[in-house]
Design a protein around this ligand. Sequence first.
Ligand SMILES: Cc1cc2nc3c(=O)[nH]c(=O)nc-3n(C[C@H](O)[C@H](O)[C@H](O)COP(=O)(O)OP(=O)(O)OC[C@H]3O[C@@H](n4cnc5c(N)ncnc54)[C@H](O)[C@@H]3O)c2cc1C
Length: 407
Amino acid sequence: MNKTNKTYDAIIVGARCAGSPTAMLLARKGFRVLVVDRATFPSDTVSTHVVQPLGVAALARWGLLDRLTATGCPPVHTYAYDFGPVTISGTPGTPEAPVAYCPRRTILDKLLVDGAAEAGAEIREGFTVEEVLIEGGRVVGVNGHSKDGDRVTERAEVVIGADGRYSLVAEAVRPAQYNERPPLLASYYSYWSGLPMEGRFETYIRPHRGFAAVSTHDDLTLIIAGWPYSEFEANKRDIEGHYLKAFELAPEFAERVRGAKREAPFAGAVVSNFFRKPYGPGWALVGDAGYNKDPITAQGIHDAFRDAERCAIALDQTFTNARSFDEAMGEYQRARDEHVLPMYEFTCQLATLEPPPPEMQQVFGAIHGNQKAMDGFAQMNAGTISPAEFFSPQNIGAIMAAARAAT
Ligand SMILES: Cc1cc2nc3c(=O)[nH]c(=O)nc-3n(C[C@H](O)[C@H](O)[C@H](O)COP(=O)(O)OP(=O)(O)OC[C@H]3O[C@@H](n4cnc5c(N)ncnc54)[C@H](O)[C@@H]3O)c2cc1C
């Protein structure tokens, strides 16, 4: 792509998990980057915040992990899945990236914004994009306003939508949408004191209910609970009642919660599931704007980080004329889809909260007690290894054979 004398190489709409890392990586390569967000940071958002081990590895690669650990965020070294009859408990990461963290988004997102600013990206907080400028079928910039109402037009080679699942950029460019699934789950969370987790991320799976607990900043524990979307309307009149009642399906956990204190109001969301083509003339999408899925497997943050790295590589190739825009961004889309599709299928299946079929219960029984298999299960749920790899006939065959040999 030939450079023009536009003000910026890239304008990025959205400064959280997808936008700020994309900006930071492009700015580190010397490109002129503007990031805008209507929020001002630190800023919270409706999302729980488990950063899976591979997301933690990305923070380390970018030189930001020490800043996160310096905030006192407790590491999570064990994932435990309680299915009622069996609990599968294992390590979620790799030897190089062994732990997850669950940092408050007020802290994580601010750290990412600062990383982008230090790399040389221009950050405009409190700036709302109202319109994506399209000339001759090509995106050329954005119109928006700052908090004090000043209206501004900015132009760039590429406008990147890192503006979340309700992306204005996507709405303007109308990308092809595929692999769509309707909302599957309604989930709600709050923060509790007096519920120590000792580095464990506990998930409880019961028929038509799922809930999970993990420690975050300030000695608080995040507990999220969900039910099928079909119950969304009926249950929203008494979220607390349904949330607490779910825990009774795991009496020991319910008892622990009875000894704890809720410290915040409930937040919650229902999300739809889709892929979008993430590029076109003068535009790109990263993070939830391009690929969104139910949060039950907590993949969104590290998916956004991975998009940031891949999109920055593709745009670097484009800006330096090493590859055409379509070729480089086509590769970005292909790699994203190939990587996430098995986890997407697994996530959508899990989010139905349908009881596992009998043959799957047998598999869970065989995994239980086999530490290597339990680690593999935890790593698969963390996105460290692919569900396609974990559920391959070869791997499941070996797990079943080991269980038979042990009896
Ligand atoms: C209930 C729930 C729980 C979740 N739990 C987890 C979890 O535990 N772990 C995990 O990895 N993921 C989780 N996710 C998913 C995760 O929140 C997202 O995948 C992640 O935030 C995506 O980051 P993003 O940067 O793409 O978008 P977002 O975080 O949505 O950021 C988009 C930004 O764009 C800005 N913006 C939007 N429109 C405009 C505009 N017109 N002008 C200016 N700015 C604009 C917004 O202000 C916002 O700051 C959860 C999601 C939900 C809903």
